[in-house]
Design a protein around this ligand. Structure first.
Ligand code: SAH
Length: 211
């Protein structure tokens, strides 16, 4: 139930749903999702669905993880990437396979601690984690070639736009009840191009932190 074979079947379904980046699909085959989920639910790890992870949060649906990663990578290889909303660390692990360095922020400390252990277990050494409110980004490490946000704000935070490198891209769910996935590309110092891609459902991006 948690074998590579099961992941191959999941990836075949994602391919049928339009995920086309073979590098992303190969990474989903390589990366166990069940270790990011509490044992009581791990038998459902390879269903294409979001699952509860405690603290009112969820691990994202595999389709959404694959889609957001593919959208982020479309412009070519990425150096530094910021993730806002580490959660279980599953999306973090996928990114860490595909880009040079991942900086990931989580506001709920116990979730971050679990993610840290899982990422260590997978020997992901190109990941830095930080416990803070990610809507401010990570100014010390900016600019980023890519920013991926896995919780939905009502509007794109200005700090994240500022921390994008020129040519860099931000993939982010935006909205309240009705959310859409947006991709913002920084064209030059002052100009950004926004694409509105598809309907999604994420937990809200919240301010402050939980210890
Ligand atoms: N990428 C995760 C998805 C987790 S759900 C995964 O693959 O499992 C979204 C996460 O964003 C939650 O853990 C939530 O606590 C976190 N989050 C919400 N608002 C945040 C904020 N302002 N800063 C950092 N993390 C935030």
């Amino acid at each position: 139930m948690t074998s590579r074979r099961t992941r191959e079947r999941l990836v075949q379904r994602l391919r049928e749903q339009g995920i086309a980046n073979e590098e992303v699909l190969a990474t989903l085959i390589e990366t166990p999702r069940h270790i990011f989920i509490d044992e009581a639910l791990s038998h459902r790890a390879y269903e294409d669905t979001a699952l509860p992870i405690g603290y009112n949060q969820t691990i994202s649906q595999p389709y959404v993880v694959a889609r957001m990663t593919e959208l982020l990578l479309e412009g070519g290889p990425l150096g530094k990437v910021l993730e806002v909303g580490t959660g279980t660390g599953y999306q973090t692990a996928i990114l860490a396979h595909l880009v040079d360095q991942v900086f990931s922020i989580e506001r709920i400390r116990p979730l971050q601690e679990k993610a840290r252990k899982r990422l260590q277990r997978l020997k992901m050494h190109n990941v830095m984690l930080r416990h803070t409110d990610g809507s401010m980004g990570w100014a010390d490490q900016a600019p980023f070639d890519g920013i991926l946000v896995t919780a939905a704000p009502r509007e794109v935070p200005a700090e994240l736009l500022e921390q994008l490198a020129v040519g860099g891209r931000l993939v982010i769910p935006v909205g309240d009840e009705h959310q859409t996935l947006k991709r913002v590309v920084r064209i030059n110092e002052d100009e950004y191009k926004t694409e509105i891609l598809e309907s999604v459902r994420f937990v809200p991006l919240l301010s402050g932190t939980v210890r």
